[in-house]
Design a protein around this ligand. Structure first.
Ligand code: FAD
Length: 447
């Protein structure tokens, strides 16, 4: 069978590319092991479904602060797992409908390149038979990434990855999380509220080491308040896990390239097995593209989708604008939430930039008081001479929503004045961004 485009991998990147290309009239086959990929089945959606429940529980536990009287409420792990499955299934149904309506042929199975235009598909039900062969003028690889397990921490028994932890038969009493990055701190938030004694071991000198140090410090302060034990500059060995009844390994992810047949199709890989691509996600085999986690640029669902848009536009003969990764926000859905875009303070200083900083605490924001979420802050970093905004960092209530406005400031190179003059309604949490800009401007005027 022959198609205009074959896509291997049906995560956010693969599904988006399939939808765009089929909607533009191309014949498209999508080879799918699990429709929706890591994001829908094991990542973004399951974790955020759990976080919604644990955050709701935290809020209701403080109900007396809102003038509410409640009887005892309890978290129900079994019911949470059921609800997560329902949410995932509903979204999967919607995704399948959207793709089929666009004309995408979804083929269940595992795809492998035979050469630069031919793919074989092994279907789960026909494992003992010859795989079917498909050909296409363009191929997009979107096979995602897998969780790395260091030696001695292979999953099995009480050692789990971000997948198995979703289905634990019961909430662990003592949970060790190895890795204090985004995935580690999200699960720390979930399981500490569920009642586990959580310890996070992080090799670097602070949690979420890619974020601004002030944000890491605030997260550590708020996690300590939840009795989460944080061990930084700590490299755990397999002998040190006897005290824990569950160990989550969240130390990073690697591209899924094994068995894909890269070597048969002239695709070059670089450091850590990442496929080399140009601005349009074209590999060294010009008719083959690699997007999403597999391309290894930003391991996020929304950057995978944008990469899909760019690769699809290129295949359609358009001239898409390359993706500027400095305009991709980071979002961590821990409790408290964290979101950032642009330069951190140390990164700006390392570049030798003369900067000004404005900070606004949630505690001075009317809406934050109304919803009783007074922890956290917004921090804005701007160039001193031009007032151009270089970085925005938020930790606190709805940070992952507020970052959308911040993204515009970075993408469109706004100044502190531009941002502060943009009228914000009142009372909203978003006023902290305006307040942080005004704090930076006040600093300049006062200096
Ligand atoms: C716990 C966790 C939480 C996360 N939370 C967020 C979040 O809140 N927001 C966010 O933006 N990102 C989040 N991410 C990251 C996000 O899931 C990924 O960046 C995103 O899924 C990448 O999309 P993708 O299309 O590149 O690949 P994936 O979603 O990984 O999909 C690739 C698919 O390809 C399949 N596949 C692999 N090999 C083959 C083959 N040979 N043939 C056929 N199919 C194949 C895989 O089985 C998989 O289904 C999270 C990740 C994890 C692990």
């Amino acid at each position: 069978m022959s198609f205009d485009v074959i896509i291997i991998g049906a995560g956010p990147g693969g599904c988006r590319a399939a939808n765009v290309l089929a909607s533009a009239g191309k014949s498209v086959a999508l080879i799918s092991q699990t429709l929706g990929g890591e994001c829908l089945n094991y990542g973004c959606i399951p974790t955020k479904t759990y976080l919604w429940t644990t955050e709701l529980f935290e809020k209701i536990s403080q109900s007396q602060n809102f003038g509410l009287k409640t009887t005892e409420i309890k978290l129900d792990w079994e019911a949470m797992k059921q609800r997560r499955k329902q949410v995932v299934e509903k979204l999967k149904k919607g995704l399948k409908f959207t793709l089929e309506r666009a004309g995408v042929k979804i083929i269940e199975g595992t795809g492998a390149l035979q050469d630069a235009s031919t793919i074989t598909v092994t279907q789960p039900s026909t494992l003992n038979q010859e795989p079917s062969t498909l050909s296409a003028s363009h191929i997009i690889l979107a096979t995602g990434s897998w969780a790395v397990s260091p030696k001695g921490f292979e999953t099995g028994g009480k050692i789990v990855s971000s997948r198995e932890i979703l289905d634990l038969p019961q909430v662990p009493q003592k949970l060790l999380i190895i890795g204090g990055g985004a995935i580690g701190v999200e699960f720390a938030s979930i399981f500490s509220t569920l009642g586990s004694q959580v310890t996070i071991a992080e090799m670097a000198d602070r949690l979420i080491p890619n974020e601004d140090p002030d944000v890491s410090a605030e997260l550590a302060r708020l996690f300590a308040r939840k009795n989460i034990i944080i061990k930084t500059k700590t490299l755990i060995t397999p002998e040190q896990i006897t005290d824990y009844d569950c160990v989550l390994v969240a130390v990073g992810r690697k591209p899924v390239t094994q068995g894909l047949g890269l070597e048969r199709s002239g695709i070059r890989t670089g450091e850590h097995g990442v496929i080399e691509t140009n601005d349009f996600f074209q590999t060294s085999a010009p008719a083959i593209f690699a997007i999403g986690d597999l391309a290894g640029k930003a391991l996020l669902a929304y950057s995978a989708e944008r990469e899909a848009d760019i690769a699809a536009a290129f295949i359609l003969g358009k001239k898409p604008k390359p993706l500027l990764y400095s305009t991709v926000p980071n979002t961590i859905f821990s409790s408290p939430e964290i979101a950032s875009i642009g330069l951190t303070e140390p990164a700006a200083r390392q570049k030798g930039m003369d900067i000004i900083i404005g900070k606004a605490p949630y505690s001075a924001n009317a809406k934050a008081l109304i919803v009783d979420s007074r922890d956290g802050f917004a921090k804005i970093i701007a160039e001193k001479s031009s007032h151009k905004i270089l970085g925005i960092h938020i930790i606190g209530e709805k940070a992952t929503e507020l970052i959308a406005e911040a993204s515009l400031a970075i993408t469109y190179k706004l100044t502190l004045e531009d941002f502060a003059e943009n009228i914000h309604s009142h009372p909203i949490l978003g006023e902290i961004l305006k307040d942080a800009c005004e704090a930076a401007l006040f600093y300049v005027r006062g200096a």
